[in-house]
Design a protein around this ligand. Structure first.
Ligand code: AMP
Length: 198
């Protein structure tokens, strides 16, 4: 199994790149943001809980997020591996992910962090708000709060995996194809030949 965390601030292109990587390497895409939006769409209790946090640009509490993630991973025993997009967002989530993957006899192999500066993020998210229809994309105050939450609560996850020799920074500025090539080069270079199936 190959498990990759696609990391980076909101609007850094994680969703776009995850979709391309899934196609190339045959991995299962897990986006906790997408899972929450699905729950909100279904009007479930979990969705209602999550919505209050998402609309303010806050993180959904760890126990809710970790429970949902665990369920998603456990329902895909056939997966050749996962691309985690938007998870883990706290060190407690990273520890929970490591425990969960260890139970499955596997681990996180790589964390790839898309590096994009704040003003570019704000510009991108405001631009995509029209198509995404996400209320948390439409309000500049909420966007800036999400960036602040990323720096305070999520950035330490990079260091957590860096201490384990797994974190890599990738320039997240450029065309979708250029950034995809940078990510693939790192994956192909870092992981042993034959462990991924391009
Ligand atoms: P995203 O689609 O990844 O930008 O996530 C949208 C929103 O969902 C975030 O701003 C958070 O409010 C919430 N969310 C997504 N993933 C997580 C997570 N791993 N932990 C806590 N909250 C999350």
């Amino acid at each position: 199994m190959i498990n990759i965390i696609l990391f980076g601030p909101p609007g850094s292109g994680k969703g776009t790149q995850a979709a391309l990587l899934v196609e190339r390497y045959g991995l299962e895409h897990v986006s906790t943001g997408d899972l929450f939006r699905k729950e909100i769409g279904n009007g479930s209790f979990l969705g209602k809980q999550a919505q209050q946090y998402i609309s303010r640009g806050e993180l959904v509490p760890d126990e809710v997020t970790i429970g949902m993630l665990r369920q998603k991973v456990e329902t895909h025993p056939e997966a050749e591996g996962f691309i985690f997009d938007g998870f883990p967002r706290t060190v407690a989530q990273a520890e929970a992910l490591d425990r969960l993957l260890a139970e499955e006899g596997t681990a996180v192999h790589l964390l790839l962090s898309l590096e994009v500066d704040d003003e570019e993020i704000v510009k991108r998210i405001k631009g995509r708000a029209v198509v995404s229809g996400r209320p948390d994309d439409a309000d500049e105050g909420v966007i800036r709060h999400r960036i602040a939450v990323y720096k305070k609560e999520t950035a330490p996850v990079f260091e957590y995996y860096e201490q384990r020799g797994k974190s890599h920074r990738v320039n997240g500025i450029g065309s979708i194809e250029e950034i995809f090539r940078r990510l693939c080069a790192l994956i192909d270079h870092t992981l042993p030949t034959g462990s991924v199936s391009p």
